[in-house]
Every structure is written in structure tokens, then in C-alpha cells.
Ligand binder design. Structure first.
Ligand SMILES: *Cc1c(COP(=O)(O)O)cnc(C)c1O
Length: 461
């Protein structure tokens, strides 16, 4: 399988190289040259198999040429062994015709573990084969960073530096990043918001000298390997509800558009999905874009669902690439306009996007009200991100079953949950001592040079 950039100017790469690189050298994102399909029989055969077996069958064609079947099976087995639920991604019924896909049973209690745990194992095998070391630098609004640290802590061929916006992540999120004791883990608290962190990360990737000097590797949600890992649970959950014989719809609490883009890939592969609903919080650039056709930046307003507090949704570029008939020049031109505040999407491209995606938004008040409603009526304590999803899903219920992705465990956001529904959300016993552990963090200004200096120091160069 070969991978091409959404801007059409970067080298074509194998799965392994696209994964180790992260962002393409022309500033674009890697996507598969062609999307492999699964027949209705292939999909039906997923019924009753383990999550790991389903993962192997769904992802295998995408890694062809980079990992042998035996290697890939072992990687998958290790990736999901640390999950706190045997089903890995259990499905529970919320109300008639509406299901919750619980994606928070991994080591950091958010769906990002599905991708990050897999990527950690893939990196380790790939780097060991090459005898190489890399520096992973990631930007996080909270959950990516902890998931990355958890996946890479203690691995000998990797240093991990995570940039997070100082004061803008929850205490549990922060502690998950600052308490690991391994010397290859570095949490950096940056003055600024998540978009600043993400912009500096892009700057580092576009600084080829620095990129080569520290052997920079990216595991943010733009990394194709992460999108790929997330495709799997769309299949397992849909099959549990009767696919391919019955259609299902999904609602996805969305920030950087990685998770919902994985759903779009599942659909391209042949999974019969009726609707894919983008659910945003008050930072609603994607919902506004779907309504108006104009992708315009607005400032970020902090919310109780911080992992969705963004104004630029990186993975949306992948959807745009398809919407523009895979014309890298057209995507490049739009991204240049984004630097000046935004762009308008052509009518043809908008038609394509509206065929693929529905959208909705939940305000802060609606999110809090949904946490309360779900607790009182269905006995489910939802995290604020999942509540955004459930609220928007309710506005899109139809004849086919709706699956809302529950993206984090309520214990990651105990204050917001308690305020909304009066319920405590305790941490699972395996991490109950998080608040007693010592923290280790470096505060950094938001300028590129300051960050580069700190990273060089941390990795000993
Ligand atoms: C990252 C995250 C999201 C948003 O996912 P994207 O793939 O960035 O759209 C939603 N909820 C939680 C809890 C997250 O950590």
C-alpha cells in the first residue's frame, strides 16, 4: 500500500514511512493511494471474532509491505492487552435505537488509547528493525498527550516531548502527563492555547534542519497510523448491531476530525453507514462550515469539553482532498488562504461533504443538561465530550440505530460531571493513586526558538 500527500508535492511513501514521518514535507497529510474494500461477506465474518482479530482483518491491507502478518498480529495483541475491558470497545444501549460505544477502557481512559497504543508498538518494531531513534513531539489539548506518553514511556528508541496549553487541561489529564517517571518522557506546559501548540508543532515539522537534527516524528491525530487504528471500532460496533445486513449511523464528538474521518474510511471500505454526524461543542468551526460552506477561524472559547476546543481541524484536510477530487493543488491553495483567516469551499466540494457528513453543535448549557438527562433517565454518567455527542445524536435519530462514540471516561472530568449531575466520577482502581504521585513538568514560552531549545536540552543534544 502506498501513501500520497493531500498537497500532492511530497514523496509517495510506504505505510511504515508515512507513519514514522507524520506530517508530509509539503505540509500535507498522508492518505492511502487507494482504499481497500471489504465485501459484505468479509464484514459478516467479523461477527463473533475478538476485537484483536477484527483489527487484524480490517487494518491488514493498509500495512501491506511494511509488517508481516505474524508481526502485525503480535503488535495488535500487545497494543490492547492493557485495556480494562475484554471487549476493548463495548457497546451499551442508552435508549431505544441509540447506543453508546465505550472507547474509554484504555490506560488513559480516552479513545485515543486505541490509536496510540497501536502506534507505540508499531514504532517500536519499525525502529528496532532500522536501528534508529526518534524524538516524538506532540501537541495536545489534553488526551493525546497522556495517551502518547502512556504508549511510549520507557521505550528505548524514542524520546517523547508533549506540548500542552498551560492551565487549559483538566487536572487528571495534566497528572497523567506529568507523573510518569521514565526519563524518556517530557511534559512541556506552553503559554498559549491548543492552537498555538499545534501551530508550533507544525512549525517544527516545517523546519527541516531541526526536523532532521532531532529525528522528529509526529503522533498527533494527523498521523495516518492513528486514523487507521480508529477504523476498527466502527466495524466491530456496526457488526454487533447487524451490519452488513442492517445499516447504522454514528455520531462522533469531534475536534481535530481524526475520529470521524476514520468512520468515513470505514464507509469507503464498504461498511453500510447511513449517517456520520459531526458533533461539535461551542467551538463549532466544522458545524458552521457544513452549514455555510465557509471555513473561517474564530477564537477558541474554553469549554467543559477541552479536547474539542480547537478552531482549526487538521484532519479536515483529508476530507477536503477527496471533496476536491484528490486535487492536491486545490487543497494547497485553500490551506494558503487559511493562514489569512479562512476560505470558501466550492459548491461541488460542499455537495460531496454534505453527502458524507451531517453536523450539529451543543452549547455549554446543552452539554450540562445532557449529562444530567443521561444520568437521570438512563443511569449513564457521561463525560462532557460524550455528552456533546449524545445531545447532537438525539437531534439526528432516525430509522437506523445510532451509535454515539463515548470518547472519554467521566473520571477524567470529575468537576464538570459533578456540577452537571451531582454525581462523583471516581477513577478506576488501577489509577486511584494518581493524585498522590509527584509531578514533573517544564514551563515554556510559546515561541518556536524557546521550544526548540528546551527539546534539544531534554533529549540531550
Ligand atoms: C481527542 C478527543 C476528541 C476529538 O477527537 P478528534 O479525533 O480530534 O476529532 C473528542 N473527545 C475526546 C475525549 C478526545 O480526547
Amino acid at each position: 500500500m502506498r501513501y500520497i500527500s493531500t498537497r500532492g508535492q511530497a514523496p509517495v511513501l510506504s505505510f511504515e514511512d508515512a507513519m514514522l514521518t507524520g506530517l508530509a514535507r509539503d505540509g500535507g497529510l498522508y492518505v492511502p493511494e487507494t482504499i481497500p474494500t471489504m465485501t459484505p461477506e468479509d464484514i459478516a465474518d467479523l461477527a463473533g471474532v475478538s476485537y484483536e482479530e477484527a483489527a487484524f482483518r480490517v487494518m491488514r491491507p493498509f500495512v501491506e509491505g511494511s509488517f508481516s502478518d505474524a508481526e502485525f498480529r503480535e503488535i495488535i495483541a500487545k497494543a490492547y492487552a492493557g485495556f480494562g475491558h475484554d471487549a476493548r470497545a463495548p457497546l451499551v444501549q442508552l435508549e431505544p435505537g441509540h447506543f453508546l460505544l465505550e472507547l474509554f477502557h484504555g490506560p488513559t481512559l480516552a479513545f485515543k488509547d486505541f490509536a496510540m497504543q497501536l502506534i507505540g508498538q508499531l514504532f517500536q518494531v519499525a525502529l528496532a528493525k532500522r536501528g534508529e531513534r526518534v524524538t516524538i513531539v506532540g501537541a495536545t489539548s489534553g488526551d493525546t498527550g497522556s495517551a502518547a506518553i502512556e504508549a511510549f514511556r520507557g521505550l528505548d528508541n524514542v524520546n517523547v516531548c508533549i506540548l500542552y496549553p498551560h492551565g487549559r487541561v483538566s487536572e487528571v489529564q495534566r497528572r497523567q502527563m506529568t507523573t510518569p517517571t521514565e526519563s524518556n518522557v517530557h511534559a512541556l506546559a506552553v503559554d498559549g492555547d491548543f492552537d498555538d501548540c499545534q501551530a508550533r508543532l507544525k512549525d517544527m515539522f516545517n523546519d527541516f534542519e531541526f526536523r532532521d537534527e532531532v529525528k522528529l516524528a509526529g503522533v498527533n491525530s494527523i498521523n495516518w497510523g492513528r486514523v487507521l487504528a480508529q477504523v476498527v471500532y466502527y466495524f466491530t460496533s456496526a457488526v454487533a448491531l447487524g451490519a452488513p445486513h442492517r445499516k447504522v449511523s454514528f455520531t462522533v464528538p469531534t475536534g481535530n476530525f481524526g475520529d470521524i474521518f476514520a468512520g468515513y474510511i470505514a464507509k469507503q471500505m464498504g461498511l453500510p453507514i447511513e449517517k456520520l454526524v459531526i458533533a461539535t461543542n461551542q467551538n463549532d468551526i466544522l458545524h458552521r462550515t457544513m452549514e455555510t460552506g465557509a471555513y473561517t477561524k474564530a477564537g477558541v472559547t474554553p469549554s467543559i469539553s477541552p479536547s474539542m476546543d480547537i478552531q482549526v481541524s487538521s484532519n479536515f484536510e483529508r476530507a477536503l482532498f477527496d471533496a476536491y477530487g484528490r486535487d492536491g493543488k486545490a487543497v494547497s491553495a485553500q490551506m494558503d488562504d487559511l493562514a489569512n483567516g479562512g476560505f470558501s469551499i466550492s459548491q461541488g466540494a460542499m455537495e460531496y461533504l454534505r453527502e458524507q457528513f451531517d453536523s450539529g453543535r451543543a452549547s455549554e448549557e446543552e452539554t450540562k443538561a445532557e449529562i444530567k438527562t443521561s444520568f437521570v433517565h438512563f443511569g449513564e454518567v457521561l463525560c462532557p465530550h460524550s455528552a456533546v455527542g449524545v445531545k447532537v445524536a438525539r437531534d439526528h435519530l432516525g430509522a437506523v440505530p445510532m451509535i454515539t462514540l463515548a470518547t472519554a471516561h467521566p473520571a477524567k472530568f470529575p468537576a464538570a460531571v459533578k456540577e452537571a449531575c451531582g454525581q462523583d466520577a471516581p477513577l478506576p482502581p488501577r489509577m486511584a493513586d494518581l493524585f498522590e504521585r509527584d509531578e514533573r513538568v517544564t514551563r515554556v514560552g510559546g515561541e518556536l526558538e524557546a521550544l526548540k531549545t528546551v527539546i534539544r536540552e531534554k533529549i540531550g543534544q
